[in-house]
Design a protein around this ligand. Structure first.
Ligand code: CA
Length: 588
């Protein structure tokens, strides 16, 4: 008996030691299957945001109750778009104004916080948000609004390294969650409204030393181990004159890693400036004005940063349809591996996993004015009347023809991530039904100044909703159901094997829907608008769910008539954690 106790004690000690181990590549690769922790943004490297947990399900979700709430405090209560990470009994979250917090996941007590001291003159375009951290080894890494990358000791919060991504005075910033692949920490950049140049960078995650850089606008040179590597694309193949030098294509939403094909998948934002006539010298619609690789998904070699493939969703882009939205790897109903992405431009795309090649595309919003359809070759069939006019052809040479465009520039879907359910085979897409008046104006580049050459006003399209969560079948593009919301949706979505679809609304509700019918099964009022990203995990045999609440993001700043409509919403900054108590798991 004594010996048995000793053995148990040793096992217990070993388990304790192992729980505090460094985060490894294998653990990141296994993140979706291991429901005891959340180590990646996207709840698994394929960004499915699907949990195999079914302890919490359609029958018992009504018993889900708050267990603790954590305020990020201070006066800096702006948009809270973070996705928490969970490891070793600690929750890591980022907050507005480049802050990070470590919280005891059992008690909700703060363990440490880090506040980046931001300089005067930062230029975040679309609120002072941050979307989360990466974890690797003994560090947590996140990006800041002055375009730096900071690695903190995960136990103490002490700075391990701090590196500059780019010059914030030129309009660069950083808001996405970094990703980790084979010991590299990989980031993009933000600043597409300032004539920056989009780039993907890979650093040694332990030291912060740069390994490679890959600009995503044609004509710019990449680097590998401090030396020039290859030029991106072919100089002036799809950009006139010197326009490529300030060509935009911000890689601001980060990327994903597909281990099956050993490919990093990143998206590039709008070409700069917004006025498309300035970037389309020939105006022939023959590819010469496409402006590669703006508004494009790119497959990169994670070891070198070389471009393996590209697919441009909006050639000759002129409506701020950034091509950055997340690309989700999934198995379709026939068991084939594919990618899916729901673009700002209103189309839901299915792509080949091997080479990013076009498979099919369907609208996921009700009204699209800029294109008639996506052709069989993957190229949009433009609706030329939907293109804002050329100001150089206007009578006064200053304001081109105003057109009404849908989706609005904030997109059929913006950054807020969709989810895929392995249980239903459906994607749950947080979309918005809105349009805009848009026109072009002359513009010249000036460092650190907005570089748009456009004016705009966003307008609702329907009286009873802007927000629209849709269950989309990736085999047919069919919408199985739609959940309408008054305010525009701006939060991430999560699905579970328990048949639940979680998301939040600007009105403050954290909601669980039935994944097959869209019926509301549970909701909780969090006290401020939700623009965060839900997660779930299992702890001591019980299922937990968490969401950050705190209204903000681009809508209140840029939403035109929609911003006025939602100006009553209160700001906040509260991390809410919920639990299904064991004794209520089987209760009905
Ligand atoms: Ca943009």
């Amino acid at each position: 008996m004594k010996r048995l106790i000793a053995t148990v004690a040793v096992l217990g000690l070993w388990a304790g030691a192992s729980a505090q181990a460094q985060v490894t590549e294998e653990m990141l690769a296994n993140d979706q299957a291991d429901t005891s922790q959340v180590l990646t943004n996207g709840m698994g490297r394929h960004l499915q945001r699907f949990s195999p947990l079914s302890t919490l399900n359609k029958d018992n979700v009504k018993n889900l109750m708050p267990v603790w709430a954590f305020s990020i405090g201070g006066e800096k209560q702006r948009g809270q778009e973070t996705q928490p990470l969970i490891y070793d009994d600690v929750m890591y979250i980022t907050g507005s104004y480049s802050r990070m917090y470590a919280i005891d996941v059992k008690t909700g007590k703060e363990l440490w916080q880090y506040d980046a001291r931001l300089p005067e003159g930062i230029l975040p375009c679309c609120d002072v948000v941050n979307r989360g951290a990466a974890i690797y080894g003994d560090v947590v890494i996140f990006g800041t609004l002055d375009a730096r990358l900071v690695a903190l000791d995960r136990k103490s919060g002490d700075v391990v390294w701090n590196k500059k991504i780019a010059d914030y005075k030129a309009g660069y910033s950083y808001t996405a969650a970094p990703i980790i692949v084979d010991g590299l920490v990989i980031t993009g950049n933000s600043g597409g409204e300032f004539g920056i140049v989009g780039e993907v960078q890979a650093r040694n995650a332990e030291t912060g030393e740069m390994v490679w850089t890959r600009p995503v606008i044609e004509g710019h040179m990449g680097t590998l181990n401090g030396e020039e590597s290859t030029m991106t694309g072919t100089l002036n193949a799809s950009w006139p004159g010197d326009m490529w030098k300030t060509g935009g294509g911000a890689t601001w939403l980060g990327g994903s890693y597909d281990a099956e094909t050993d490919t990093l998948v990143f998206g590039a934002g709008n070409p700069a400036p917004w006025n498309s006539w300035l970037r389309d010298a020939g105006q022939k619609n023959d590819g010469s004005g496409d402006n590669l690789y703006a508004s494009t998904r790119l497959g990169l070699d994670p070891a070198t940063g070389e471009i393996k493939w590209h697919y441009q969703t909006t050639p000759r882009e002129g409506w701020d349809y950034d091509g950055v939205n997340e690309v989700v790897a999934f198995k379709d109903a026939d068991g084939n591996s594919k990618y899916a992405t729901a673009d700002r431009n209103g189309f839901f795309y299915v792509l080949n996993r091997a080479d990013g090649g076009f498979v099919d595309a369907w609208p996921f919003v009700k009204d699209i004015t800029w294109a008639k359809e996506i052709g069989d070759d993957g190229r949009p069939v433009f609706n030329e009347e939907g293109r804002p006019g050329d100001p150089s052809k206007a009578a006064d040479g200053n304001k081109g023809e105003v057109v009404f465009s849908a989706p609005s520039f904030l997109g059929g879907k913006n950054w807020m991530p969709m989810a895929f359910s392995q249980k239903t085979g459906l994607f749950y897409v947080p979309s918005n039904e809105w349009g805009m008046d848009i026109w072009n104006e002359p513009i010249t580049y000036k460092k650190g100044a907005a570089y748009l050459g456009s004016g705009f006003t966003i307008k609702p399209l329907y009286d009873d909703h802007i927000g629209s969560l849709k269950a989309v079948d990736p085999m047919t593009g069919e919408w199985k159901w739609e959940y309408k919301n008054d305010a525009p949706l701006w939060s991430g979505v999560m699905t579970t094997a328990g048949g639940l679809v979680f998301f939040g609304t600007p009105e403050g509700e954290f909601i669980a829907l039935d994944d097959e019918t869209g019926e509301k099964l549970w909701s909780f009022q969090t006290g401020s608008g939700i623009v965060g990203q839900p997660i779930t995990w299992e702890q001591d045999g019980e299922q937990y769910v968490a969401i950050m609440s705190g209204w903000g993001g681009a809508v209140p700043l840029w939403g035109g008539e929609v911003a006025k409509k939602v100006s009553y919403l209160n700001q906040g900054g509260m991390m809410w954690t919920f639990r299904l108590p064991k004794e209520l798991a089987s209760a009905n």
